[in-house]
Design a protein around this ligand. Structure first.
Ligand SMILES: [Zn+2]
Length: 1093
């Protein structure tokens, strides 16, 4: 079947729906039956020739009898078809139930492991009080008594310096944006005001690097910036709902002291501090609308200046600008919009500083930085390095060394921890330091204008350290931890520092200062390691559940091929005739007692003990222990399934591969899994996947030499070469992670410091639109299945969708680059959003409807027989690939949606992926590697999916999530659409691969092929999901084993999180798209051609 074969000449136009085809098919059958009968009659009359009238009567009677028999037969046949349909539906339901059960097992395993793996910190309820400073001995040892001591107005624990504070958060303000850098980057030298002031007026201002504790999301940062403690990874999940802070914090202290707080900007503050802010003065704005660069900033600027002339109405004013962050997400740092934004912030802060008075301190800071393409969330240097600038015309800031006056040139020099702002601001404003604080006062704020107020600085340092000591003691008591007193321990450092204090008046201040600082640092380290304490028991349970799930899958996938797919023409015919004689007509066609049904039964039974145990233990303990119950239920349930599999002789032994291809599948999967133990392997995963793809292509080209038919041999080699070349071509699309530098060049966007596409990249979607539909046609034509709905759908609808998404990206670029000046604001954005919505509507809504109702991609041609012109010849075009060609429409619909959502470069990669999948199907078919006999097909499809995850601009790090994709078809964040869109963007590769899994079985499958559902579920889908389950288990095991590794949160943790989410996504898409699609497809084919099983 060479692809160059000309299209079959059809004189019948494609029928509009399957009913037409069905009736045509039935009509053709009737014609044939009638002809047969005529032939028989003619034979009978020629052999027995008797002119007697009684004979004639008898013949008439016989004929009548025959006709009656035919009607009865047809009725019986109809009943049989109904019974078969019902059997199929019930089998499908049991198969789907099995997969739902497996999804639950995976979810429980992942949840259990995660709960033991992530950092946990006990939140203490205690609050600091103004009149109860933490210092055990007299706090006045270092400072003389000050007026109003022990009151907020005089200063609770330290003399108060400012009555009011203005805190401006410029989201994602990276440190290098604020200092002079000798280059022409769009993000450098555009915000010089803060640096200039610090140099010109060191007494009035200072600028320092401000290091965030990961995860670098705004919600987590605001928690750290107000409580002074470290974030825990557990909190990350709540990043989108935003929960109120319960523990002691700066705002709570101010509110309790009767101070008034006003907030403008990012509404995350409202979520964290509900009811804290002066309602009539505060203004909150949506924080997730990353497409919008100006609304929040303009709102802050509009409302902040009037408040500056009414300073008596507030005590703390918070302004949170989001424009810089959003410019980073939308364009990347290296874009003219970023320059504009930074210039705007420069003049904003310049104007704001001009309105300050001696009683007010101004703090400007970034809550985190951004990576080279403008995103954040992880812990790379660029993401954690923000800037801090403090300003007051009062001129109280000082440096202990003259060289400290010039702000550090890079963020590596003299950085300040973000939590250090908490004690600094608390002491400057006279309020108590929040109870859980672990930060230390910033030197410049307490050293005095001349840099010589050592007593003041040491007093601030000591009272903060005492607070930390108090917190540490309380925490240890609450958790029942022994405090160590060995050399270098925090306890010993504290005693040493306290011993120095009494002699302090006469001598070495810096020594005492450093002693307390050493204590603070040691405690911070101690707390970090304490909170990174892992719950090994939960981790072990999670890994066990996952491992059992993997074993179940492997046994399920590898059972012997006894009664699987039988395609025996003889048997089929014999059965048909028996059936027509009504022998089997009234018994059920096939037993519905399938393996899946048994397994689901075992799973439910097995889950009972755990479920009951969970309920009982939660009743006994009263603590609602559903969590443990689910873990036990998952374990007992998987065990029961394994036992039940053993009963039907599905031993673990049968999972050992027997062919080269089988071994290759195992090696690809296992070497990946072992590789996750090494950080360089994990970092370079995309290159390794390309190597696998190339290897498979070479081996299949070599294997093709054994194919007996010459045409098939060349064809197999051709498809193998295409498979390799497309992989190589796709590998030009790259998005590098920080660890790959400098050996990697990002090509996904216009430049490494951008998140917009280069103009030439806009051509890619147009190329996809021109080429891809023709490629699809070329793969369908050899099997004559470019029939039915296929020409309309692929040639027109699908192509229109691709054209519109190409136009979308052109419009988007025109909007970003302001190509058409003078247009009213948002005109292009409006047009492009509606274009995108139309593409998605076409692909997902119209596409699904069309898929459900589409006729098979076949057409029936009736022509005169070449031998006998009185006889009609019926040919069905596309019969041999009836299942595959029709099912292909479903992944194509998803493909059209993903191409729109994946940006121009990603569109190219996904187009290549679709082509590669078709080449893979041909390779498997020509080499006789059907999913029923070899696991290599499903594994290669999984490798392709993962490979294209990287090729669509992603990496296994948080910051590579393309949040801005949510705004392709929408103006603002909307649930549940926005998360769904981001999921489609992020996992486009794996989702498409999952949707294509049934093709491994259905491709080149004729309507009469039996056991297709079984083959899809047990062979293709099980093998495919097994790859991801093994990957998830492996990353889990390695992350658990390497939990103390330096790279845990940078490499291993994110990789585990990616694998876990991918597994769940693949499970869900497998059920909702692949299995549901197969059901729908089989029903449509069964309606037309009759049921095969
Ligand atoms: Zn952001």
């Amino acid at each position: 079947m060479p692809s160059s074969q000309p299209p079959p000449s059809t004189n019948a136009s494609p029928p509009p729906d399957y009913k037409t085809i069905a009736s045509q098919f039935a009509a053709a059958k009737r014609i044939k039956e009638a002809e047969d009968k005529k032939k028989k009659k003619a034979q009978a009359s020629s052999t027995v020739h008797n002119p007697e009238s009684t004979e004639q009567k008898l013949q008439q009677l016989q004929q009548k009898h025959q006709e009656e028999e035919i009607t009865a037969r047809e009725q019986r046949h109809g009943r049989l078809e109904v019974a078969r349909k019902r059997t199929y539906q019930s089998r499908w339901a049991w198969t789907a139930s099995f997969w739902v059960w497996l999804l639950c097992v995976h979810a429980v395993g992942i949840a259990y492991f995660t709960s033991g793996f992530l950092l946990t910190r006990l939140v203490l309820e205690e609050k600091s009080a103004c009149d109860a400073p933490p210092t055990a001995t007299d706090p006045l040892l270092l400072l003389p008594a000050w007026e109003g001591r022990g009151t907020v107005d005089g200063g609770c624990w330290h003399p108060r310096m400012f009555e009011r504070a203005v805190v401006v958060v410029i989201d994602a303000l990276r440190y290098d944006f604020t200092v002079p850098v000798e280059d022409n980057a769009a993000f450098h030298n555009a915000f010089p005001f803060m640096w200039e002031t610090a140099v010109r007026d060191p007494g009035k201002a200072f600028l320092r690097p401000f290091i965030a504790d990961p995860p670098t999301s705004t919600l987590q940062r605001l928690k750290g910036l107000t409580t002074g403690t470290l974030p825990t990874f557990v909190d990350l999940g709540s990043s989108f709902s935003g929960t109120a802070i319960e523990e002691d914090n700066l705002l709570m202290q101010l509110r309790d002291a009767g101070k008034r707080i006003v907030h403008l900007g990012d509404d995350t503050w409202e979520a964290l501090f509900p009811g804290y802010f002066e309602g009539n003065l505060s203004r909150a704005y949506d924080s997730f609308n990353v497409w919008d660069l100006h609304t929040v900033d303009n709102g802050v600027m509009e409302h902040i200046f009037p408040l500056m002339s009414r300073k008596s109405e507030w005590d703390l004013l918070i302004g949170h600008c989001l424009g810089v962050d959003h410019a980073g997400h939308r364009y990347g740092p290296d874009h003219p919009e970023m320059t504009k934004k930074l210039r705007q912030m420069d003049s904003f802060i310049r104007d704001l500083a001009a309105t300050m008075d001696d009683k007010t301190v101004l703090v400007v800071m970034g809550d985190h930085g951004m990576d080279s393409k403008g995103d954040h969330g992880g812990e790379s240097d660029d993401e954690v390095e923000a800037a801090l600038w403090m300003y007051s015309p009062k001129g109280i800031f000082g440096r202990t060394k003259p060289e400290y006056v010039t702000p550090p040139a890079t963020a590596k020099i003299r950085p300040v921890n973000q939590i250090d702002l908490v004690p600094t601001l608390a002491l400057l404003m006279g309020i108590p330091i929040p109870f859980n604080n672990l930060g230390r006062p910033i030197e410049e704020a307490f050293a005095g204008a001349a840099g010589t107020s050592w007593a003041n600085l040491v007093a601030a340092e000591r009272v903060t350290a005492a607070g930390i000591k108090r917190y540490q003691t309380a925490y240890f008591t609450a958790r029942g931890i022994e405090d160590s007193t060995g050399p270098g321990s925090p306890g010993e450092l504290w005693d040493k520092a306290e011993d120095l204090v009494p002699q302090g008046k006469k001598q070495d201040w810096p020594v005492i200062f450093r002693a307390f600082a050493a204590y603070q640092e040691a405690t911070l380290q101690k707390c970090k390691s304490l909170w990174a304490r892992f719950d090994l028991k939960n981790m072990a349970i999670g890994i066990s559940v996952m491992a059992l799930g993997v074993i179940v899958l492997l046994v399920y996938v590898s059972r012997g091929d006894d009664d699987d797919v039988i395609e025996d023409e003889e048997l089929d015919l014999a059965e048909k005739s028996l059936e027509l004689q009504g022998v089997k007509a009234d018994v059920e066609a096939t037993p519905s007692d399938t393996l899946d049904k048994r397994l689901v039964g075992a799973a439910l039974l097995g889950a009972l003990p755990g479920f009951i145990g969970g309920v009982v233990s939660s009743l006994v303990s009263g603590a609602g222990d559903w969590y443990r119950g689910s873990g036990i239920a998952a374990l007992t349930s998987t065990a029961a399934v394994l036992v039940s599999m053993h009963e039907v002789q599905e031993t673990v032994l049968s999972i050992v591969p027997r062919t080269l291809w089988g071994w290759m599948a195992v090696v690809f999967t296992v070497s990946q899994s072992v590789g996750f133990a090494s950080n360089s392997y994990t970092i370079w995963e995309d290159s390794i996947l390309l190597f696998f793809i190339t290897t498979f292509g070479f081996v299949s080209a070599l294997a093709a030499l054994r194919i007996p038919s010459r045409a098939d041999r060349y064809l197999a080699i051709y498809h193998s070469v295409v498979f390799i070349l497309l992989g190589r071509l796709a590998s030009f699309s790259k998005l590098c992670r920080e660890e790959q530098m400098p050996y990697c060049t990002s090509t996904y966007y216009a430049s490494a410091t951008s998140s917009t596409s280069a103009p030439w990249q806009l051509l890619i979607p147009f190329l996809v639109c021109i080429i891809l539909p023709s490629i699809l046609k070329a793969y369908l034509q050899p099997s004559r299945s470019y029939e039915g709905l296929a020409p309309t759908w692929i040639g027109y609808v699908f192509r229109t969708g691709l054209l519109m998404s190409a136009l979308y990206w052109l419009l988007d670029a025109a909007d970003n680059g302001n190509w058409i000046p003078g247009l009213p604001d948002k005109t292009i954005k409006n047009i492009s959003v509606y274009t995108a919505q139309m593409v998605l509507g076409l692909a997902l809504v119209a596409g699904t409807t069309a898929f459900i109702w589409a006729p098979p991609c076949v057409s029936i041609v009736t022509s005169a027989s070449p031998t006998d012109s009185t006889k009609a010849q019926v040919a069905i075009l596309g019969y041999g690939n009836a299942h595959g060609a029709r099912y292909l429409l479903l992944p194509l619909n998803l493909l059209a949606a993903c191409i729109l959502l994946s940006k121009p470069m990603g569109a190219g990669a996904l187009g290549l992926m679709a082509w590669q999948i078709l080449a893979l199907l041909e390779i498997l078919d020509l080499n006789n590697l059907a999913a029923t006999s070899s696991p290599i097909g499903p594994v290669m499809l999984a490798v392709l999916g993962t490979f294209h995850f990287f090729k669509t601009g992603h990496q296994a790090v948080l910051s590579s999530i393309q949040w801005d994709a949510a705004f392709i078809p929408l103006f603002t964040i909307r649930y549940p659409y926005s998360p769904l869109i981001v999921t489609l963007n992020t996992f486009a590769g794996q989702i498409l691969a999952t949707a294509a899994v049934p093709l491994l079985v259905l491709w080149k499958a004729s309507p009469k092929k039996r056991g297709l559902l079984d083959a899809v579920s047990r062979r293709a889908l099980a093998g495919f999901v097994a790859y991801f389950a093994v990957e998830c288990l492996a990353t889990m095991a390695w992350a658990g084993y390497l939990r103390r590794h330096l790279m845990l949160y940078r490499v291993f943790g994110p990789r585990f999180m990616t694998a876990a989410v991918v597994l769940l996504v693949v499970d869900i898409v497998g059920i909702l798209v692949a299995l549901a699609g197969v059901r729908c497809n089989t029903m449509a084919i069964g309606e037309v051609f009759g049921w095969a099983e």
